[in-house]
Design a protein around this ligand. Structure first.
Ligand SMILES: [Mg+2]
Length: 118
């Protein structure tokens, strides 16, 4: 499984990457904003899963989500929005925009496993 981990916080990416790795998923590509993520998505297909932060500079998570969902070639890519506790109310918006699920950060390996159904 190849994962695109998108977050503008290097520290958060490091924490989340460790959690992902602990599930035995080692193919993890990182991006620091939506624009970089979009470029890396195009360059590294097939990507199975995007773990997507909400608030980021240049292009935020919801904008990237909507952009990706307009393109057929990314149809099979699962997108999980990663929100802070205070952003939970925005999750409905994300699900309506085509997100498959959401996780509250920092997520545990168990929570990720559950949302992935693995
Ligand atoms: Mg952020």
């Amino acid at each position: 499984m190849r994962v695109l981990l998108v977050d503008d916080s290097v520290t958060m990416r490091r924490i989340q990457k460790t959690q992902i790795n602990s599930l035995g998923i080692t193919d993890v590509i990182e991006a620091g904003d939506g624009e970089e993520a979009y470029r890396k998505l195009n360059e590294n297909m097939p990507i199975d899963l995007i773990l997507l932060d909400w608030n980021m500079p240049v292009m935020d998570g919801i904008t990237l989500l909507r952009k990706v969902r307009t393109e057929n070639k990314f149809q099979a890519v699962k997108i999980i929005m990663c929100t802070s506790e205070s952003e939970k109310s925005k999750v409905v918006d994300a699900l309506k925009s085509g997100a498959n699920n959401y996780l509250v950060k920092p997520f545990t390996p168990e929570a990720l496993k559950e949302k992935l159904g693995i």
